[in-house]
Design a protein around this ligand. Structure first.
Ligand SMILES: [Zn+2]
Length: 407
């Protein structure tokens, strides 16, 4: 018997594979919070290098800052959850945190989700400033201007408290820059999308993001006569590529929108019987360009044998072993009218294995969609779109679903 499973299977194994470079440190409201290994390296580096003998204090301070970053990401995530969107995870990198939301929110929702992050830091600033006023008798503004001037005598505790306050203010300022991938860019995109559609809005917000990135990089290199700061250059690179990525993702989302999965399916393909030997399977593999083979038993499709599974089987047990021992038993089925994008977006079914198409669980399979097929189809569709656009350059804001990352 074949087992139809959810269009977006997320087994633990898959999740682990996707996150092999990060470790989970906590789960809040069902959202895993992960530390990327580069972040752990940074912490270790600071703790060991012992920067003026206070390495551990510095590392502790950094942890406090990143705790505020986590709260910022949770701000985005919890509002997203409240509005009905799934949140995949929060990952911390040395230059900040990223919350991955499973779908692209509607413009009005995107606005609320984007604002929620910086708002958390505003609240933290308010709490820290109140605390400081109460326990040191100094206002936050006095302490921060002391910090910036490099003067001011403060105890180590007050010093780090001021730094933390200052970091949170910078988090708000930096994130509200109206450019992708910052939160301000999302606010701008959402506002523009209501008027000129998502694709154009994204292009504008991403374009501003790349201009900001160039300015940041120049500042980092010290071209205005300011001290050099290579950390800024790294952030600039991140901003530049993230903005470009967002633009590309929006374009492919647009191309994908409203295409049914059956548009990308092939009707002719080879199948294997579950009692076939790997030798037979290898012969079929050599016949043509097909890389994945549905495996049939008693008229039902019971599995899928990929090229890599076939090769692994041949290496382990030789060519007299059976197809059934090495095939994947989790087969994903779709009905012809389902949206292609539900299967194609990152971490969804097609990224892992081909999808088979049939009308109902009882009816015969009418076709198969592979990742390569789907990509070919989208390329052709994009070319057709570009030609159409020359004629009437207007397509209104399309609503589509995809993975969304919030910084
Ligand atoms: Zn944010």
């Amino acid at each position: 018997m074949s087992t139809p499973i959810n269009p977006a299977p997320k087994t633990d194994q898959q999740n682990e594979a996707r996150h092999s470079w990060s470790v989970r440190v906590a789960v809040v409201s069902g959202i895993p919070i992960r530390l990327h290994f580069t972040f752990l390296l940074l912490l270790a580096f600071i703790a060991i290098s012992g920067y003026g003998g206070t390495g551990l204090v510095q590392a502790g301070f950094l942890i406090a800052v990143f705790f505020c970053v986590v709260l910022h990401e949770l701000g985005h995530s919890l509002v997203a959850q409240r509005l009905g969107y799934g949140v995949r995870d929060i990952v911390l990198y040395p230059i900040g945190g990223v919350a991955s939301i499973e779908e692209t929110p509607r413009a009005r929702h995107e606005l609320l989700i984007a604002v929620a992050g910086p708002l958390v830091n505003v609240v933290i600033v308010g709490l820290l400033a109140t605390y400081m006023q109460f326990f040191t008798g100094e206002t936050a503004i006095e302490r921060i201007s002391g910090l910036i001037r490099g003067g001011g005598i403060a105890s180590a505790g007050t010093h780090y408290l001021t730094m933390l306050l200052y970091s949170n203010i910078m988090l708000v300022v930096f994130n509200m820059i109206p450019a992708f991938p910052m939160d301000g860019g999302r606010v701008l995109r959402a506002a523009l999308a209501l008027k000129i559609g998502r694709v154009r809005a994204t292009q504008i917000a991403a374009g501003i993001g790349q201009v900001v990135a160039v300015l940041l990089a120049l500042t980092g290199f010290g071209v205005w006569g300011n001290p050099q700061n290579y950390f800024l250059v790294i952030i600039a690179l991140f901003v530049y590529f993230a903005a470009g990525q967002e633009r590309a993702a929006e374009q492919s989302r647009d191309v994908m929108s409203d295409a049914p999965i059956s548009d990308a399916m092939m009707r002719e393909y080879h199948t294997l019987a579950h009692g076939d030997t790997l030798k037979h399977a290898a012969d079929v593999l050599l016949l043509g360009s097909q890389q994945d083979f549905p495996v049939v038993a008693g008229g039902d499709i019971v599995g899928m044998l990929s090229r890599s599974q076939l090769l692994r089987g041949l290496a382990r047990e030789g060519d007299s072993a059976y197809v059934a021992s090495f095939m994947d038993r989790e087969v994903v089925f779709a009905t012809p009218g389902e949206p292609l994008q539900d299967y194609l977006l990152s971490s969804h079914a097609l990224r892992r294995a081909p999808v088979l198409i049939r009308e109902t669980p009882e009816s015969a399979v009418v076709g198969m969609v592979t990742l390569e097929n789907a990509m070919e189809f989208l390329t052709l569709r994009q070319i057709a779109r570009l030609r159409d656009d020359k004629d009437n350059g207007d397509f209104n804001g399309t609503r589509s679903d995809s993975g969304e990352k919030l910084v």
